[in-house]
Write a protein that binds this ligand. Structure first.
Ligand code: GTP
Ligand code: IMP
Ligand code: MG
Length: 333
């Protein structure tokens, strides 16, 4: 490792949760810290026949010795967090930075009412946009002032930087994706914050000089949920032919499916400063590769596609996900 940031290279839902869970189990980090916007994200982690859907807790939770942190930049919905901590048995492992901002019911109501956010942008209705607006207006409430979060309150940057001082591994988990970044995405059809690697470092409180690897995850067939332009979107018939059908973890909306976007991948790899590309869903390109764990098991078609992705992004593809389950991966690092 020692410090690795992982982010989404397309429009979110690239399979970050799966890759993070694999990396946590394989690389055994001391800390897994979550950056990103907040509970608008939905990560899916499949371990054996168990399927977890996570909105607040880092997907690295499956590696039991890891400390699980939520950075200052992240918005916290206390009831979503507590529900995950109790249903996944994570008591004592989770820390929330004292400066994280709380999502209140009024933020959720605002996000769900008939207005710009719901109707034009197609927001997730999780209250994130209004809570980030309140943060910018300096009227938001911080985690340290929320009684219901008392047991979780910590100084995340102190814990993370101390772990790094001792040469321990730290995995920083981004959410959302490049195309919905407030800065670099398809504004105004974007989320309420930047989603690039630099933002994730700021969210959890490490400086740029302390980042060793940046992994950008791309989906072989990108998806987009919510409104906004999607240059390589395919016709429904083609998605059906490819047997690709996906629904949002948080909103259950149908995800639009697209073809590989070389230009976007290159631009996103550049702004994220990618050192490694992780490519998910190659089993959709060639179902015979489902579950492969060795490069040699991949078909010519998939190997050629991996080479194309390396050519387009000018970054080595070192992680190739061959199915949703966490062991379905080729690790070339
Ligand atoms: P956000 O943080 O919300 O952007 O989500 P995410 O990047 O963690 O992705 P999410 O789990 O929402 O969506 C990815 C979907 O693809 C999930 O249903 C995963 O189980 C699935 N998935 C992940 N990797 C693979 C893969 O290699 N092949 C296939 N077929 N499915 C995969
Ligand atoms: P908001 O973040 O809820 O305000 O939603 C703004 C836009 O970002 C909408 O198009 C959402 O569908 C999209 N979005 C937000 N979070 C995610 C995510 O985790 N995955 C995919 N799309 C997301
Ligand atoms: Mg998701």
């Amino acid at each position: 490792m020692p410090s690795t940031i992982l982010v989404g290279g397309f429009f979110g839902d690239e399979g970050k949760g799966k890759i993070i869970a694999y990396l946590a189990r394989h690389d055994k980090p001391e800390v897994v810290a979550r950056g990103g916007v907040g509970p608008n994200a939905g990560h899916t982690v499949v371990v054996g026949d168990k399927k977890y859907a996570l909105r607040m807790v880092p997907s690295g939770f499956i590696y039991e010795p890891a400390r699980l942190l939520i950075g200052a930049g992240v918005l916290v919905n206390p009831s979503v967090l507590k529900e995950e901590v109790s249903s996944f048995g994570l008591k004592g492992r989770v820390g929330v930075d004292r400066r994280s901002v709380i999502i209140e019911q009024k933020h959720i109501d605002e996000d769900k009412k008939d207005s710009n956010l719901k109707n034009k942008i197609g927001s997730t209705g999780s209250g994130c946009g209004p809570a980030n607006a309140a943060r910018a207006y300096r009227t938001a409430r911080q985690a340290k002032d929320a009684k219901e979060l008392a047991e979780f309150i910590c100084d995340a940057p102190m814990e993370i930087n101390t772990a790094l001082d001792h040469g321990k591994g730290v995995l920083i988990e981004g959410t959302q994706g490049f195309g919905i970044s407030l800065l670099y995405g398809t504004y105004p059809f974007v989320t309420s914050k930047d989603t690039t690697a630099s933002q994730m470092a700021a969210d959890v409180g490490i400086g740029p000089t302390r980042v060793d690897e940046v992994i950008v995850v791309f989906k072989s067939f990108p998806t987009r949920v919510g409104e906004g332009p999607f240059g390589t979107q395919m016709k429904e018939e083609r998605a059906a032919e490819l047997h690709i059908e996906e629904y949002g973890t948080v909103t259950k909306r149908k995800r639009r499916i697209g073809e590989w976007d070389a230009e976007m991948a290159a631009y996103s790899a550049m702004i994220n400063g990618a050192t490694i590309v992780a490519l998910s869903g190659v089993d959709r390109l060639d179902p015979s590769c489902r579950g492969a764990t060795e490069y040699e098991e991949l078909s010519r078609e998939v190997k050629d596609f991996v080479a194309k992705v390396e050519h387009d992004t000018r970054v080595p593809v070192k992680l190739i996900s061959t199915g949703p389950e966490i062991s379905e991966i080729v690790d070339l690092r």
